[in-house]
Design a protein around this ligand. Structure first.
Ligand code: NI
Length: 167
């Protein structure tokens, strides 16, 4: 098991697009285990492989109160969505920044599980926001990209300053 370093905004590697996973190998299983350890220890409610500089379509989410319900989504797709919701979002790649962005209220998702089988489910509320947020990472999109240029520039400057101070 290992804690993986999380890329910090505005690292250009956060803008890389992830490739689909062709086959569940031991490397993929090891990666998912490390992603989970990294997410729980942060702590966070979701993490995309992109954020640890692995550009494969893998996300993990756990929005349960007990933090004991890990959802692993490989090659996730949103087959249908409905409605609109706004919730304050944060991101382990943009620590200390919380902003609301527009998300679908309800989504129907298809993904591959760690056993290689496809499965489908419906999601809403916080979990649906989290899945949409993490799926954006796979497309090379960070939630602050939805904000105004002014706000984004302010966040970028703040992050770069923090990173200089901690370097
Ligand atoms: Ni994020």
């Amino acid at each position: 098991m290992a804690l993986l370093p999380i890329l910090q905004y505005p690292d250009p590697r956060l803008y890389q697009k992830a490739a689909p996973v062709r086959e569940i190998t031991q490397d993929i299983r090891d990666l998912v285990r490390d992603l989970a350890e990294t997410m729980y220890s942060a702590p966070g409610v979701g993490l995309a492989a992109t954020q640890v500089d692995v550009h494969k379509q893998i996300i993990i989410v756990d929005t349960s109160d007990a933090r004991d319900t890990l959802l692993v989504l490989i090659n996730p797709e949103i087959l249908a969505s409905e409605g609109v919701q706004y919730r304050e979002e944060g991101c382990l790649s943009v620590p200390g920044i919380y902003e609301s962005v527009e998300r679908a209220e309800w989504i129907h998702v298809r993904a591959m599980a760690l056993d290689g089988k496809l499965f489908e489910f419906e999601s809403e509320q916080l979990q649906a926001v989290c899945i949409q947020h993490e799926m954006d990472h796979l497309r090379g999109k960070v939630f602050v990209d939805y904000l105004s240029r002014l706000k984004r520039n302010r966040i970028r400057a703040k992050m770069q300053k923090q990173q200089r101070l901690s370097a």
